[in-house]
Ligand binder design. Structure first.
Ligand SMILES: NC(=O)c1ccc[n+]([C@@H]2O[C@H](COP(=O)([O-])OP(=O)(O)OC[C@H]3O[C@@H](n4cnc5c(N)ncnc54)[C@H](OP(=O)(O)O)[C@@H]3O)[C@@H](O)[C@H]2O)c1
Length: 325
């Protein structure tokens, strides 16, 4: 038996139950991992609440990101062996001392990437990678707005966008978060709980507005985010930490300047093994070179997953949070 955090009924952080579970031997195409660190992400709260359906039914082990060592290999797995260090993003099963993982979702970790870094970046860092390089190609001369710039995806994306030569504007919930975002590559911060962020973006850009807005906040920043874009700009809605955006009339994109809008997810960008490898390799390269640092700001014991969710949803956290089994 191993320790795990399971959800038996949908609800608030209180439905996260710390219990012992049995992990069977790995089946066809699977490996068994001893986990050294488990990532915490906002998506974990969507599964917990039932906003995203569990692909494995109920009860389920929460968590979608982690890192550990291979301790058993199932039939048909040829590219991994016992002792390999891996990180992953995969639906559910993450908050546990051990887990089964489809081998085709495991990414071997370079020696210079620690388990804690990997658990803090596989989901958030690979998301920043595809958002900046594929969803919209950010480079020298790009002006972008990143909402929740001091968050898990936020701090990584700000550093990376700065490294690519962009002008980075970020919204944040407090003065402390503004300081942290600035230390992590954000050129301009906006306290969006107090200030009108559209007016501030106009002021900062001298009226030119942004090429792209990365919005993981959702309900409370829409549709104002569209007013931060110049004509033909890109609205990238990649999450909904404040709740989902209500249905809207697509004509609004024409009215606000023939805008483009997309709702991307890492699952699709990394669905093919070669894409997963390429995204992870770029992330490892940026972290290995020091261009991007992985800000693991909160560490909790596995049994304290409930507290970790309370802090995340209460806007108390910055950067990445991890659980230590
Ligand atoms: N599409 C993808 O591929 C993908 C992948 C990873 C993550 N995501 C999304 O990216 C977003 C960020 O994820 P994360 O794990 O890095 O979380 P996070 O940004 O560390 O935490 C969420 C932050 O959102 C802000 N926020 C604004 N309104 C909020 C509210 N009503 N309740 C709670 N938080 C609120 C808070 O920052 P302030 O206090 O500064 O406002 C909070 O710290 C989420 O929407 C997540 O679903 C998407």
């Amino acid at each position: 038996m191993v320790a795990a955090v399971r959800v038996h009924t949908h609800g608030g952080p209180e439905v996260l139950k710390f219990e012992d579970i049995e992990i069977p031997a790995p089946g066809q195409g699977q490996v068994k991992l001893k986990q050294h660190a488990c990532g915490i992400n906002f998506i974990d709260t969507y599964f917990r609440m039932g906003a995203y359906p569990s692909p494995v039914g109920m009860p389920f082990v929460a968590g979608n990101e982690g890192a550990g060592e291979v301790i058993a290999v199932g039939p048909g797995v040829t590219d991994l062996k016992v002792g390999d260090r891996v990180g992953y993003v995969a639906p559910l099963g993450g908050y546990a001392a051990e887990r089964l993982l489809p081998a085709d979702r495991a990414v071997k970790l370079p020696d210079n990437i620690s388990y804690e870094q990997a658990a803090g970046m596989m989901l958030k860092g690979m998301t920043a990678q595809y958002l900046l390089n594929r969803t919209f190609k950010v480079g020298r001369g790009t002006t972008l707005l990143m909402h929740a710039a001091a968050g898990g995806v936020g701090l990584i994306l700000c550093q990376w966008a700065n490294h690519l030569g962009a002008t980075v504007i970020g919204t944040v919930g407090s003065e402390e978060k503004a300081e942290l975002a600035k230390k992590n590559g954000c050129h301009h911060t906006i306290l969006y709980r107090k200030e009108d962020f559209v007016a501030k973006v106009k002021e900062i850009t001298g009226g030119k507005l942004c090429d792209v807005v990365y919005d993981g906040v959702g309900k409370t920043t829409f549709p104002a985010s569209l007013d931060c874009l110049h004509p033909l700009g890109y609205f990238v809605s990649f999450g909904s930490s404040s709740g989902q955006i209500d249905a809207f009339n697509i004509n609004i994109l024409q009215q606000k300047g023939s805008l483009f809008a997309t709702r991307p997810t890492l699952n699709h960008y990394a669905a093919k093994r070669e894409d997963l490898n390429a995204i992870a390799a770029d992330l490892f390269d940026k972290v290995g070179s020091g261009a991007v640092k992985i800000p693991v700001q909160q560490k909790y014991a596995l049994k304290d997953a409930r507290k970790a969710h309370e802090d995340l949803e209460g806007r108390e956290t910055t950067g990445a949070s991890i659980l230590i089994p």
